[in-house]
Design a protein around this ligand. Structure first.
Ligand SMILES: Cc1ncc(CN)c(N)n1
Length: 228
């Protein structure tokens, strides 16, 4: 991916963990979505867990509203909460309804450990740390799926049954929200760390949070494959 689609900060963080980023965005689960070989049981298992994941992610983005320092930050974070609970989750609700799983069942699904670890790690980043710690932990989720959606939209097998999933993340709605998040993070970093944030004493710690959250994304795909 070229340019600053999701901002300069994201590009620095991604460049700080190239191998784990590739493990995440080119995981066997993702390639199975692309070529259609992902077993439907694995997809469903993932999707049910992902519904619960999104509930907790919406909580974490809500915490970001609380931790924000400007109205612009609040607006972008509140917009992301809306995108998660009112748009992205529609895919999960509709797909699961089609196989007889209702939303109440989704909401009370037992969380897998990978799901628990990831969502609570992100939440703790915001509770223990500040707005930037929280953004570093939230960023892989946002931009990784943005990258995956865009890539797969251009190369997925015509007969993969996962076009609905791919379109959710390739779609302009998702991409527009993510571009706004990327810009907001750039401004938030400049506001708190200045124009050369990489020189800040905080930078290695923020990078570590981003890398850890990316490793948790890799584990989440692995959890999905276990459902096959
Ligand atoms: C695990 C995970 N990571 C990211 C996304 C994209 N919001 C998601 N739905 N699920």
């Amino acid at each position: 991916m070229s340019g600053h689609l999701y901002g300069k900060t994201f590009e620095l963080w991604r460049a700080g963990c190239p191998d784990v980023w590739r493990d995440y965005t080119h995981h066997a689960f993702v390639e199975g979505l692309r070529d259609g070989t992902l077993p439907s049981a694995a997809f469903l298992h993932y999707l049910i867990q992902d519904y619960v994941f999104l509930v907790h992610f919406a909580r974490a983005w809500s915490l970001a509203v609380v931790k924000a320092e400007t109205l612009d930050e609040m607006k972008v974070c509140a917009g992301t909460v809306d995108a998660l609970v009112n748009h992205e989750m529609t895919l999960h609700v509709k797909t699961c309804a089609a196989v007889g799983i209702d939303e109440a069942t989704l909401f009370t699904a037992t969380e897998e450990f990978e799901n628990l670890a990831y969502t609570r790690y992100v939440m703790d980043s915001g509770l223990q740390g500040d707005f930037l710690d929280l953004m570093a932990a939230l960023a892989p989720c946002c931009f990784g799926y943005g990258e995956i959606g865009q890539r797969l939209a251009g190369c997925a097998a015509p007969d993969t049954p996962y076009h609905g999933w791919i379109n959710t993340y390739a779609d302009d709605d998702y991409q527009t929200v993510m571009a706004a998040v990327g810009q907001m993070i750039d401004h938030a970093i400049a506001r708190r760390l200045g124009d050369d944030p990489v020189q800040s004493v905080r930078w290695p710690h923020l990078q570590q949070r981003f890398t850890t959250a990316t490793r948790l994304e890799v584990a989440f795909w692995g959890m999905g494959l276990r459902g096959a």
